[in-house]
Ligand binder design. Structure first.
Ligand SMILES: Nc1ncnc2c1ncn2[C@@H]1O[C@H](COP(=O)(O)OP(=O)(O)OP(=O)(O)O)[C@@H](O)[C@H]1O
Length: 261
């Protein structure tokens, strides 16, 4: 199986802090990974490396067969779907939902004078339907709830048919109903044979959609465990990563963790 993402002995240092330390990790094209770990573990930093928006201090990062630092990152980024809060902040509040999704075809935010092909319009309609956004298409982004915004961000990332999908806490800050409905959509997306490799960052095992295959546990910038979900999500591994005694359960395709009593 071809790899879509390969980090080899990667370290990332900022202001003298070693934020990531000797990370070696490979994502295959059919993999659906979750990156789990406590606050400040380095999860978003790994995602930024995978999105080719930053470079490692040492080691190598290969994304979609290209070595970051030796390739035109603008070309590479068009092949990567990224849904992260930082990007949402760049979407103008007045932009209509339909245009937030559509403008992904030109990798811009804020529709201006771009001319869209009918294929782009059809694709945007199809993606909005799949992510339950059709009814919101004429609403402005600024009027949406957090849950609706998350859906729009993901739909925008899906729009370009990326070869690697990166999701930074897609269920973060959602209420129970919105979380469950988003997980259902993610499960459906992840189960499609046409979907790309997916890497999703989260703090909670409860947010892992059924159908995800692998987990990378991070703690203080180091990998504490990585591999197939059932091998990695054990009481001992979660306890080590989060630094408190935890027990984990797997039922009906979903994961749950709580303090060990
Ligand atoms: N440019 C920077 N300069 C200094 N420290 C940084 C910089 N960027 C990130 N950090 C620090 O690196 C650590 C890892 O940050 P990162 O955002 O990757 O963690 P995270 O696991 O995603 O955290 P969270 O779960 O809280 O979102 C944090 O302690 C953060 O403060």
């Amino acid at each position: 199986m071809a790899s879509v993402l390969e980090l080899s002995d990667v370290s990332f240092v900022r202001n003298g802090n070693r934020i990531l330390d000797s990370i070696t990790w490979t994502v295959g094209e059919a993999d659906r990974w979750v990156i789990l770990g406590p606050n400040g573990a380095g999860k978003s930093t790994i995602l930024q490396l995978a999105a080719a928006t930053t470079h490692p201090s040492s080691g190598t990062v290969d994304v979609l067969g290209e070595r970051v630092g030796k390739v035109d990152v603008f070309d590479l980024r068009t092949r990567i779907g990224l849904a992260a809060t930082g990007l949402a902040r760049r979407i103008p509040a007045w932009e209509r939902v339909g245009d937030v999704v559509l403008t992904a075809a030109y990798a811009v935010t804020g529709r201006w004078r771009e001319r869209y092909e009918s294929e782009d319009l059809e694709r945007a309609a199809e993606v909005m339907d799949a992510w339950d956004l059709t009814e919101l298409s004429t609403r402005t982004f600024g009027t949406l709830s957090d849950g609706e915004r998350k859906r729009v961000q993901i739909a925008r990332a899906v729009m370009t048919d990326p070869e690697l999908m990166l999701l930074d806490e897609p269920a973060g800050s959602l209420d129970l109903g919105a979380r469950e409905s988003l997980l259902e959509s993610l499960e459906e997306y992840a189960s499609s044979s046409l979907a790309p490799a997916i890497v999703m960052v989260t703090h909670h095992v409860e947010e892992i959609p059924p159908g995800f295959t692998h987990a990378l546990l991070l703690s203080a910038g180091r990998v504490t465990a990585a591999g197939p979900l059932a091998e990695v999500l054990t009481d001992d591994n979660l306890t080590t990563a989060f630094g408190v005694p935890l027990q984990v359960r797997h039922e009906d395709g979903r994961w749950r963790a709580q303090a060990r009593r």
